[in-house]
Ligand binder design. Structure first.
Ligand code: KG4
Ligand code: ZN
Length: 339
């Protein structure tokens, strides 16, 4: 018998609801909050309010698109953290109330585990091969940068991570320095496609082991741009493509150098990317290159499943549902917890 899970995601600035049948997506509705763009970043108070406005229509649409009646649901999975507390409270409170009224199990999901498990989702009529355990997963988002050895769905071993900024933050901050809108990653990616990645060189931090650091790169980029602007006020406009390509190259190289190091020190045959930054075309190409060179299988989420979405919450909930791992309505959201 099929398992139907409703997933609810509200950890940051996307209100999302999805329905899956086992691992197959029936609907995945995302309301992205535009209100933050003019502030150059997410404003927590505005995010909570927008979640309140969006949550009912988003869930309603997800059920309708999936052609599923709420009484057919097997369980409700929701993001319990990490994220903005006010935002998490909207999704978690709704999930609790709905599971209570339908008398079905409630499953709490860790947002980062969900990004990783997005690689186990299927779309109707197009089954994807799934990675085999243990695999190496580079999880790169706006809030986190982690290298994980994934031994099982919920056994994720941290091999390394950032000691300061996340990779997504590095993209967003570089974009801000160039006067580009938030979120900056997709915009840098777009400009970089027509730029020369070797035109400007930015120093990559040498951090021991499998850890990362991006704060020095951001500062050297800031000083470089500021100095050039003193000589030529049109420096950014005249060089936007090469600037975007060069900073993207530095971030991607930094990420992939440690991936190569990790592949050499583990037995993993499969390399997996996850999180918003895994949408980056430079990173996807570099990962394909590394996989080819080191004879590994590469797994990339489709672009719509890289950034925040509720289908990944639902699939994480599905695997927990199979294990019978449920929570009560007293589950408390958490703002930070690293795997
Ligand atoms: O996973 P996500 O949607 O949210 C968090 O959990 O943080 O990731 C958002 C991050 C942002 O920093 C955004 O700039 C970045 O992912 N991002 C990208 C691209 N698309 C989204 N970074 C680089 N290139 C992209 N194409
Ligand atoms: Zn995320």
């Amino acid at each position: 018998m099929s398992v139907y899970i409703l997933g609810i995601e509200s950890s940051c600035d996307d209100t999302s609801a999805a329905v899956i049948e086992d691992t197959t997506i029936l609907s995945n509705v995302i309301a992205s909050q535009k209100v933050h763009a003019e502030y150059g970043g997410v404003v927590p108070e505005l995010a909570s309010r927008a979640h309140q406005q969006n949550i009912i229509p988003v869930i309603d649409t997800a059920l309708k698109r999936a052609k599923i009646n709420k009484n057919q649901l097997s369980a409700i999975a929701f993001t319990n953290g990490p994220g903005l507390l006010g935002s998490l409270l909207v999704g978690s409170s709704f999930a609790k109330a709905m599971s209570y009224s339908l008398n079905i199990p409630l499953v709490e999901v860790d947002h980062l585990q969900a990004h990783v498990l997005a690689n186990f989702l299927d779309k109707p009529g197009e089954e994807h091969p799934h990675p085999q355990f243990p695999f190496l997963c580079l999880t790169v988002s706006g809030g986190h940068t982690l290298l994980l050895q994934v031994n099982d769905h919920f056994d994720m071993q941290r091999l390394g991570g950032t000691i300061d900024d996340a990779a997504g933050e590095a993209f967003d901050k570089a974009a801000k320095i160039l006067g580009l809108p938030y979120p900056g990653g997709p915009v840098i990616d777009k400009y970089a496609k027509e730029g020369d990645p070797k035109r400007f060189q930015f120093a990559i931090a040498h951090v021991p082991g499998l850890d990362y650091s991006f704060s020095g790169l951001k500062t050297s980029f800031l000083y470089f741009v500021r100095d050039r602007l003193k000589e030529n006020p049109n420096f950014i406009e005249e060089n936007i493509h090469d600037l975007a390509a060069s900073i993207q190259y530095a971030i991607v190289k930094s990420l992939m150098d440690k991936v190569v190091k990790a592949l050499k020190s583990t037995q993993c045959q499969d390399l997996v990317l996850a999180g918003g930054v895994s949408a980056n075309s430079g990173l996807r190409n570099a990962a394909a290159d590394v996989a080819r060179r080191y004879h590994k299988n590469l797994f990339l989420p489709t672009l719509d499943l890289t950034t925040d979405n509720a289908a990944m919450i639902a699939v994480c909930g599905y695997f927990k549902f199979l294990k019978g791992e449920f929570v009560n309505i007293d589950a408390v959201p958490y703002s930070s917890r690293v795997l």
